[in-house]
Design a binder for this molecule. Structure first.
Ligand code: HSE
Length: 307
């Protein structure tokens, strides 16, 4: 029986200006999974620790993602999946993406890599579709490819890995309230004005350029969302105060992580990122709400084998 244990990383999607198209991969936060190939064909979720999630393959994001992969594989294969969740569901840091991306990556590895990364992204997106009703790729792509990614197009799927400036460090606060991605998507109006679109695509271009040229000021100026953040931030307690505190401590930018409730701040250097963590900790301590704070470098590799 071939078996592998992996680290399946958390991810921050959207990065303010890039709703459904930009994302990046974290280093210190993620799930663990054990994937085994077995002689009994079919996909089984044999164990889940750390979360109350379905063992039924068809209702589990890892299960449906691996089934999508196996539908495109010409031999009979059996797969057992154990999931050790560390990323809470509904946290906004890619919990479902870690499971679906981790599972397809590991199965592909155990089968000697018959599928290319862009195919794995498409399979993992089936998990996202189950989780949120929408097959977005901005969490699964950075989990699978590492670093920063851009979904240039969904049809056909065209995902580009961007450059990761070495000094970027992410601070993430996760208030312990659950915001379902499907709910956070339902508050978004379906139309934008031309003025908003012009601002937003200027920022996406600026952010991509800033990443490649390691222009930290440009990265900071581009971390702006004039479309989705104003509608979603009302779902997140103290969002404005957290953002103000992060920027006052020197963060390059701050916004909603994925569909929330987590809030991310991107800083140049570990020291600033830790100062930002302390500043936002103070803001949240006053609320009486439970929360976690993570400080993480950008993980340019993505999923990693740990055993
Ligand atoms: N782009 C998705 C959204 C990410 O914002 O709904 C969900 O994590």
């Amino acid at each position: 029986m071939k078996r592998i244990k992996i680290f399946a990383p958390a991810t921050v999607a959207n990065l303010s200006c890039g709703f459904d198209v930009l994302g990046c991969c974290l280093d210190t936060v993620g799930d663990e999974m054990i994937i085994s190939l077995t002689s009994e064909s079919g996909v089984r979720i044999t164990k889940i620790e750390g979360a109350d999630l379905p063992l039924d393959t068809k209702k589990n994001v890892a299960g449906v993602a691996v089934e999508a992969l196996l539908e495109n594989y010409d031999k009979e294969v059996g797969v057992d999946i154990e999931i050790y969740k560390k990323i809470k569901a509904g946290s906004g840091i890619g919990s479902s993406a870690a499971s679906s991306a981790g599972a397809v990556w590991a199965v592909n590895y155990l089968l000697d890599n018959p599928f290319a990364p862009h195919q794995l992204i498409a399979f993992a997106m089936e998990g996202e579709k189950l989780a949120s009703g929408n097959a977005h790729a901005d969490n699964v792509a950075p989990a699978l490819l590492g670093g920063f990614t851009l979904v240039r197009s969904y049809a056909p799927l065209d995902v580009i890995k961007l450059h990761t400036p070495q000094d970027l460090v992410m601070t993430v606060i996760h208030p312990q309230i659950e915001v379902k991605t499907s709910d956070a998507r339902s508050v978004i109006k379906q139309n934008v004005t031309l003025k908003q679109a012009i601002q937003q695509w200027g920022n996406v271009g600026g952010l991509v350029s800033g990443l490649f040229t390691e222009d930290y000021d440009l990265i900071g100026r581009s971390l702006e969302d004039v479309i989705v953040e104003p509608m979603r931030s009302i779902l997140i307690p103290e969002f404005k105060n957290v953002k103000n505190a992060a920027i006052a401590q020197g963060a390059l930018g701050c916004g909603i992580s994925g569909s929330g409730p987590s809030i991310f701040a991107l800083s140049k250097g570990m020291e600033t990122a830790k100062n930002v963590a302390e500043a936002i900790r103070k803001v949240y301590t006053k609320t009486g709400l439970d929360f976690d704070i993570h400080v993480s470098k950008i993980n340019s590799k993505g999923i990693k084998i740990i055993d």
